[in-house]
Design a protein around this ligand. Structure first.
Ligand code: COI
Length: 331
């Protein structure tokens, strides 16, 4: 068994090496991402382990298949950037890591909400200028609020528990109803019901063709005035221009965005200065005290990174050995 791993960062390498040693399996480390050129490095390997936000395009998957590699294990959960037609055309077996650490995302999401509710971005900024006054930045308390969870997968459920720990009322919308939550009477019937009742909307859905820009002008208009929006999921879920309009009008009180529609090529890059960030709309959001932007870091913990690397390698090993693995994704 020989595995090639693409796009390996320095923080991932120790976990990869530990796994390879424990398993006695050869894993070739490639720092570059999988693309049409680097796909040729896979010749002679039995499977590839990958993580990237750039598309796994038809052309890339064609190249990989031409090199005899059709076992593809993603180190992350989202599969929205994988070309489904190419997967079917070549009979790729694809795995993801659906639960590397739901808590990592949930903890970060609630942390950002608490910063927004307690106005810490404003206090931090004013303090640095020597202004230690209280008013007018009076805060709100989560325990008085209703939180609406959109999608009750592992991350949504982990977030729900934390919100409940703070004493918030939690409601949720999902097409699929988790039986445990159903018993607790958590679910509302429609997204419109959730929009009408929630003081905070916490997005935990994967990006699909059906939910693109689900938070648009019409959706914001149905929400309670002064609603707080949290998106640690996928940038495609929010129409950014509509969000900016809703922030300007005050319909949305504030937002925590760990993802952004146009984040690919921007997040996880050092531009050297704020002025050099090449996205005016993103900077518009970043300059607001009531918007917390972060560069897709909710997942970025030691626990999560270790699990992403080692669970993906387990999946790839199992695909190679048996043709199946625990986390196979159906396209
Ligand atoms: C995912 O797991 O799909 C994520 O969004 C996290 C990624 C940045 C590694």
């Amino acid at each position: 068994v020989k595995i090639i791993a693409y796009g390996i960062r320095e923080d991932e390498r120790p976990y990869l090496e530990e796994w390879a040693q424990d398993q006695g399996i050869e894993v070739r480390v490639v720092r570059e991402l999988l693309d049409e050129q680097t796909a040729d490095l896979a010749k002679g390997y039995d499977g590839a382990v990958v993580y990237q936000q750039k598309p796994y395009s038809g052309a890339i998957l064609d190249r990989l298949a031409a090199n005899g590699v059709t076992n593809l294990s993603l180190r992350n959960v989202g599969v929205d950037n994988v070309d489904a037609d190419a997967v079917k055309r070549h009979g790729f077996k694809v795995t993801n890591v659906p639960a590397y650490s739901p808590a990592a995302i949930a903890e970060f999401t609630v942390t950002r909400l608490m910063q927004l509710l307690r106005r810490t971005p404003t206090f931090d900024r004013e303090q640095a200028l020597g202004d230690l006054r209280w008013a007018p930045d009076i805060a709100d308390e989560l325990n008085t609020m209703t939180v609406g969870i959109v999608a009750t997968g592992r991350i949504g459920r982990a977030a729900m528990k934390i919100y409940q720990g703070f004493g918030a009322k939690v409601i949720a919308y999902d097409v699929y109803h988790n039986p445990e939550l159903e018993k607790q009477g958590i679910y509302v019937d429609t997204l419109d019901d959730l929009y009408a009742q929630a003081d905070v909307i916490s997005l935990h859905a994967p990006a699909t063709k059906d939910n693109e820009k689900m938070l648009n002008d019409a959706a914001f208009a149905k929400m309670k005035p002064g609603v707080w929006i949290l998106n640690p999921a996928r940038g495609a879920l929010i129409d950014t221009d509509a969000l900016i309009r809703a922030l300007d009008s005050g319909q949305v009180a504030g937002a925590a965005l760990d993802v952004y529609e146009d984040e690919v090529g921007i997040f996880n890059t050092d531009f050297g200065s704020f002025a050099s960030i090449p996205d005016e709309r993103l900077k518009n959001l970043m300059e607001r005290d009531n918007v917390l932007v972060s560069p897709h870091i909710a997942f970025y913990t030691r626990t999560a990174v270790k699990n992403m690397v080692q669970y993906a390698l387990n999946n790839n090993r199992d695909l190679i050995a048996t043709g199946h693995a625990k986390n196979e994704v159906q396209f």
